[in-house]
Design a protein around this ligand. Structure first.
Ligand SMILES: [Ca+2]
Ligand SMILES: [Ca+2]
Ligand SMILES: [Ca+2]
Length: 464
């Protein structure tokens, strides 16, 4: 029993309307006294450690947002895990509207509508002020049965069972300024047996090729460095394919010069041995691919993904020196493959998600072309400076991390933490305006999500 019930139990006028009035009055009084008439249920904003940066809420009430892609200077497409793609105007937090509902989506555990990328350089376009209403391609990654258009299903399906199989699929759609149409399957990939480790990010590289990540799906094949396991089966892989039709890109690392790619099971791969990844991006200076990977209990990773990269799963996670019974000779190799240790590991796995290079000077020189990484379990935002050769991270003033490139202690973790209180981060993107955008998702809160913008808090005088 609480004090209000206790009071009314001993009162002669224990009638509901009066009780309701009294309780409401007390609540209103407390809110007005404490918050100067602030909205009663305003969320607490995440906190940034650097006073030269400020954070704004762009929109909240987003259901299970997994990825985002900017359409124009003022609009963004957002994927929702259960299968909806919606559009949001950045200057209007209530403008969220569904653009497309995908069919037959399976969002169990880590499955679902997971990734989105657009086939043009929105940041470059914004700088050049070109026409933003032309048609372009939009790529999505989704776990689903069947296909996304009935006509196509009739054309391509040879039996009911094949179209009902649960698969991870990368589709290409056409954006015509208002809607998404004309779905074409570019990649048709396994989605099990594991319901976790589906990967799901897609990205267009500076080479105009399509990159997509699928996790290990709890398989134990040669792609997981198990010598006597099944041959390559599209698990634990970063794909690199032609965005027009999903065929192998020219010069893929596991294809020899002049080889017929039809008989090469690895012809569409750029990297393998990946346990799971929720994030990749290209260094805007070198054009090289970096990714973030999740360990089981130990070792999340940041990697520089050279062509032919083998990340080591499932014999190695984190630096290979941390697995005393394993040497590089134990790993499965293919023509063109190479193992490399991560450039940084978190010793205790925390579910790192997206990795983003800030492709602007908006937040000051310190942040330009450097790396932001999010996590899903604690909602922290990490920041790293890339070294001068752009082949590693800079820890000059941080000997405990520089020593072993492993973050272990609370002190080490706080030294790389820029922001906290995001609940769970699913995507990070540089906006066309040059600011940094953070998409969040709270698993504890029924999938409630929000979009934040990080910009400079320093007043600048316009150049004359
Ligand atoms: Ca690795
Ligand atoms: Ca250390
Ligand atoms: Ca991103």
């Amino acid at each position: 029993m609480n004090w209000i019930d206790h009071y009314f139990k001993n009162s002669i006028s224990n009638r509901l309307p009066l009780k309701f009035f009294l309780v409401t009055s007390i609540v209103v009084a407390i809110i007005c006294t404490n918050n100067n008439l602030m909205p009663a249920f305003s969320q607490e904003l995440p906190v940034l450690e650097d006073p030269s940066l400020k954070l704004d809420l762009v929109a909240d009430g987003l259901q299970s947002p997994t990825s985002m892609a900017f359409l124009t200077d003022n609009s963004i497409l957002i994927t929702h895990k259960e299968g909806t793609i919606s559009k949001l105007e950045l200057d209007n937090p209530t403008s969220l509207q569904p653009i497309l509902e995908l069919n037959n989506v399976n969002s169990k555990n880590e499955r679902g509508l997971l990734g989105i990328a657009i086939g043009k350089d929105i940041i470059g376009d914004s700088k050049n002020n070109t026409n933003q209403s032309e048609e372009f391609d939009v790529f999505v990654f989704v776990t689903a049965t069947g296909t996304q258009s009935d006509e196509q299903m009739q054309e391509t399906s040879t039996s009911a069972s094949s179209s009902n199989e649960l698969r991870n699929k990368v589709y290409k759609y056409t954006w015509d300024g208002e809607s998404l149409s004309n779905p074409t399957i570019l990649l048709d990939l396994p989605a099990g047996p594991g319901t976790n480790h589906q990967g799901g990010k897609v990205k267009i590289g500076p080479d105009n090729q399509l990159y997509a990540i699928v996790g290990e799906l709890q398989r134990e094949g040669q792609l997981q460095n198990i010598h006597d396991g099944p041959t390559p089966d599209d698990s634990g892989v970063i794909f690199r394919v032609d965005p027009s039709d999903g065929s192998p890109s020219v010069n893929n690392p596991f294809v020899q010069v002049g080889e017929n790619t039809d008989s090469n099971l690895l012809s569409k791969y750029y990297a393998y041995g990946i346990r799971n990844s929720f994030g990749m991006d290209f260094d805007p200076v070198t054009g090289k691919l970096w990714n973030a990977e999740n360990g089981q209990d130990l070792y999340d990773e940041i990697n520089l993904v050279e062509p032919g990269f083998n990340s080591g799963w499932k014999l190695v996670m984190g630096p290979i020196s941390g697995s005393p019974t394993v040497t590089e000779d134990d790993l499965v190799t293919f023509h063109g493959s190479n193992y490399a240790d991560p450039l940084l590991s978190w010793e205790q796995s925390r579910g790192v998600t997206d990795l983003e290079f800030l492709k602007s000077g908006n937040l000051g020189q310190k942040y330009q072309n450097n790396i932001f990484v999010g996590d899903i379990t604690r909602g922290n935002l990490f920041f790293f400076e890339v070294n001068e050769n752009r082949n590693g991270l800079q820890f000059d003033n941080n000997p405990d991390i520089a020593d072993d490139l492993v973050v272990s202690t609370e002190d080490e973790i706080s030294s790389i933490t820029l922001g906290s209180g995001f609940k769970g981060i699913t995507d990070i993107e540089t906006g066309p305006d040059g600011d940094l955008y953070i998409l969040t998702y709270s698993r504890a809160d029924g999938g409630q999500g929000a979009l934040y913008r990080i910009s400079s808090s320093v007043e600048t005088t316009p150049a004359s």
